[in-house]
Every structure is written in structure tokens, then in C-alpha cells.
Design a protein around this ligand. Sequence first.
Ligand code: G4P
Ligand code: NA
Ligand code: NA
Length: 196
Amino acid sequence: IITMNFLEERIMKDGVVKEGNILKVDSFLNHQMDVKLFKQMGEEFKRRFAGKNINKIITIEASGIGIACIVAECFDVPVVFAKKSQSVNIDGDVYSAEVESFTHKCKNQVLISKKFVGPEDHVLIIDDFLANGCALQGLISIVNQAGGTVEGIGIAVEKGFQQGGQIIRNLGYQLESLAIVDGMNAADGSINFREE
Ligand code: G4P
Ligand code: NA
Ligand code: NA
């Protein structure tokens, strides 16, 4: 018997498998957004990170922001999103990291103002997708530069057949992905979720 959680069920219902191992979830997750679903996700992250003293949510623009806002409300803490910049000349008022996108074949600087992350911060990092994990490693680097603590990482959809999840878990972080896709097939639309 295969039991699916609320997000896996929604992905089965409204997700679309595209060629090239791309999962389209733009009708509910990262273009049109189902805020009630995000609320459920926030409550699930609260459960999974219970006992951690989280005082800030950090995400990266663009499509992590919506989810992160709702999660922040569940945790009753502020939320900060890292900005992407093409520019290599970053001034001294920000922490920055270079992030390479395999999907888009480009490099971006991601940055957060030094005003909004520091040694007092116990951070939950939130994002919509985890693929190769480059964006996540950039965010982790920024929190570390600031002297803050990464208490955990919450992801909506992890592509388990790409390397990001394994890299991040091997670094020792508590990474909680609400749906882990281990395989999908554009021809018949099938999606295989990892069992708990
Ligand atoms: P990585 O950070 O995990 O290394 O991501 P990667 O470069 O592989 O992916 C580039 C972008 O594509 C990321 O968004 C990521 O969220 C998104 N992505 C990866 N696989 C899928 C997928 O199967 N479906 C969808 N819908 N998106 C996917 P981004 O461009 O960095 O940010 P954003 O502006 O879209 O938020
Ligand atoms: Na994205
Ligand atoms: Na994203």
C-alpha cells in the first residue's frame, strides 16, 4: 500500500511531468500559489523542526518567497530573502555567495544585507525545489559568514535523483523535504515518491 502525504497527493493531482526531468507545479506552488497548501506545509515544518529554536526564516528569490512567508507566519518569526545579482562587484554591506544554476547555465551572486542576518540568528532555510543544491549551499554559506546557525532546511519538492539532497545531508544538516521525487516519466506522467 502506497501512502502519500498532502503534498505528494497534490503533485499527483496537479503536477505535470515534462521532458528533461522537469516537474511543473506552477498551478499551485510557484506561479499560481495555493496559500492554504502553504499553510499546511508550514505546520508540517513546525512539527518536523519542533524543539529547534528558530528565530528567522531565510529563502532565495523568486519562487521560494511565497512559501517562506507563510512558513514564517507559522513560526512567528521574520523572513528574509536572498537577492540574486548578476554583478560581481558586491559592496561590503552584504554577505554574498556565488551560485551556479545547472538548469539555466549561468552564475549569480546571491546576497543578503548584513543588517538582516547575524550571529544571533538561528535560521530555518526554506525553498520550493532542491535539485543540485547550489542555491542552498549559497544560503548556508551566507548564514555561516554572518556567524549565524543553520538549524534546518525545509524544502517542498526534492528531486531525489539529483545530488543536492545527499550533499546537504552529508554535511550534517537536518533537511526535511515534504516530497522527494525519485523518478518520473514524461511519456506516461508517472511520478515515484521516496517512501518515508
Ligand atoms: P539548485 O539550486 O538545486 O542547484 O537548482 P538548479 O540550478 O538545478 O535549478 C535551477 C532552477 O530551476 C531553480 O530555480 C530550481 O528551483 C528550479 N528547478 C529545478 N528543477 C525543477 C523542476 O523540476 N521543476 C521546477 N518547476 N523548477 C525546477 P531558480 O531559477 O534558482 O529560482 P526561481 O527564480 O525559479 O525561484
Ligand atoms: Na524555481
Ligand atoms: Na527556488
